[in-house]
Design a protein around this ligand. Structure first.
Ligand code: HEM
Length: 174
């Protein structure tokens, strides 16, 4: 953080100035990718979050029961989780690039990097199952699912920080 030698009304104290906070558009954080003010990204993230946990659950049930139904369910949950994750990623990226107050904050870019890592893992978990969904589960499928579940929890938690700590995507109107 840069310092500026502005004096505090004769008290002789040095005031710290955040150059990012001084940038034009810093306060403009309202969502642009929304339906009647409701951000599409926030609406769409529920699907990949839930589906990532479903894959892990299906893998555990396949491991426990040996029922091929769970291996097939795991493949479908992995595929739909990845595709819905991509959809959430596109709306999030558009928000990041188009909204000045989101674009200037480092935390938004951190979320982007975490989320893209998650999308790569979700895609790998689906692709791994495409040419033999039953053999794919043990051991690598279930290991990937566990990693995806941890990563989606981290991504979702961090996304929540953007909204509830930084108030990104929220409306400033009363
Ligand atoms: C890949 C690029 C992504 C970018 C650039 C991105 C960006 C953002 C931004 C800017 C917000 C603040 C709210 C808004 O403006 O809508 C946000 C919130 C959030 N993001 Fe992402 N995101 C991405 C992907 C994901 C993915 C894949 C997930 C999870 C599967 C995710 C989970 C969340 C969650 C849970 C929130 C909080 C929503 C709320 O509570 O209202 N994001 N994201």
């Amino acid at each position: 953080m840069a310092t500026e030698n502005t004096q505090n009304e004769g008290k002789g104290e040095e005031e710290l100035v955040d150059p990012i906070g001084e940038m034009a558009g810093f306060q403009q954080t309202e969502s642009r990718i929304s339906l009647h003010g409701h951000p599409i990204h926030a609406m769409s993230v529920a699907f990949p979050v839930a589906l990532a946990f479903c894959v892990f659950g299906a893998d555990l049930l396949y491991w426990w029961s040996g029922d091929v139904f769970w291996a097939r369910a795991g493949m479908w949950a992995a595929g739909t989780g990845f595709l819905f994750g991509m959809l959430a990623g596109f709306s999030g990226t558009a928000e990041l690039l188009l909204v000045p107050g989101i674009r200037v904050r480092a935390a938004a870019w951190t979320h982007f990097i975490i989320a893209v890592t998650l999308l790569a893992l979700l895609g790998a978990n689906w692709g791994h199952r495409l040419y033999g969904f039953e053999e794919a589960v043990l051991p690598y499928g279930i290991l990937l699912s566990a990693l995806c579940a941890g990563m989606v929890a981290f991504t979702g938690w961090h996304g929540g920080k953007l909204v509830f700590d930084y108030r990104l995507g929220t409306s400033k109107s009363s």
